[in-house]
Design a protein around this ligand. Structure first.
Ligand code: URA
Ligand code: SF4
Length: 204
């Protein structure tokens, strides 16, 4: 199949995957991006968090979740009683997709073709890490993890049994950044924290 597969080294550990991803030409997103962004966190973590794709800041720094969405995620993990250093964090798509608006680079959602093209990386890293629970942050991650479209509202917060690991679906932390209303933010934040707790409990 087209996509990342031919660039993914077989039976590789996370370190080898992290090196190899920079050569990936599995879709066209590598070209305008600064660099591929792989994962962070221990390669034997019990919980793996999967985001959508690197954002502007992640693209520049080469690290996942170091921008505004990462700050929301860090707060939510802390509120859930989880040690952010103990979770494995990655993205469904490893290159930043954007449109240029003057000097600004505006995030553009990856389409299904990008998710499909990039999923061999996710499969390889989950095979290496073998987490007990995979948390999909938002619809893009959920599609990558489950292989089909998911309605977040209907599926979130349940522990879905899988063959090699359980799956918990929740919202993406960047969705919270768009909420201007304080009370709504609080509700959504609490819901995210509750889903993270569910994942931590399932992994314990
Ligand atoms: N949003 C994501 O989904 N991933 C990141 O790494 C940063 C922002
Ligand atoms: Fe390869 Fe994924 Fe980057 Fe596309 S987004 S070039 S499949 S690493």
């Amino acid at each position: 199949r087209p996509g990342a597969q031919e660039w993914v080294p077989p039976r590789a550990d996370v370190e080898a995957l992290t090196r190899a991803v920079h050569d990936c030409r599995g879709c066209e997103l590598w070209q305008p991006a600064t660099q591929a962004v792989f994962s962070a966190g221990p390669d034997d973590a019990a919980v793996a968090l999967v985001g959508e794709q690197p954002g502007d800041q992640e693209d520049r720094e080469g690290e996942p979740f170091v921008g505004p969405a990462g700050r929301v995620l860090a707060e939510a993990l802390q509120a859930a009683g989880m040690d952010a250093e103990q979770v494995y964090v990655t993205n469904a798509v490893k290159h930043f997709r954007f449109t240029e608006r003057g000097k600004r680079r505006l995030h553009k959602k990856p389409v299904v073709a990008h998710i499909r093209a990039c999923v061999p990386w996710l499969e390889a890293e989950l095979t290496a890490v073998r987490p007990r629970v995979v948390v999909a942050l938002g619809a893009t991650a959920a599609r990558a993890v489950l292989g089909h479209e998911v309605r977040i509202g209907a599926e979130r917060g349940h522990v879905l049994d899988g063959e090699s690991h359980d799956v918990v679906i929740t919202t993406h932390p960047s969705a919270l950044l768009r909420l201007r209303d304080r009370a709504r933010y609080g509700e959504e934040f609490d819901a995210l924290v509750a889903d993270l707790r569910t994942a931590a409990d399932a992994a314990a």
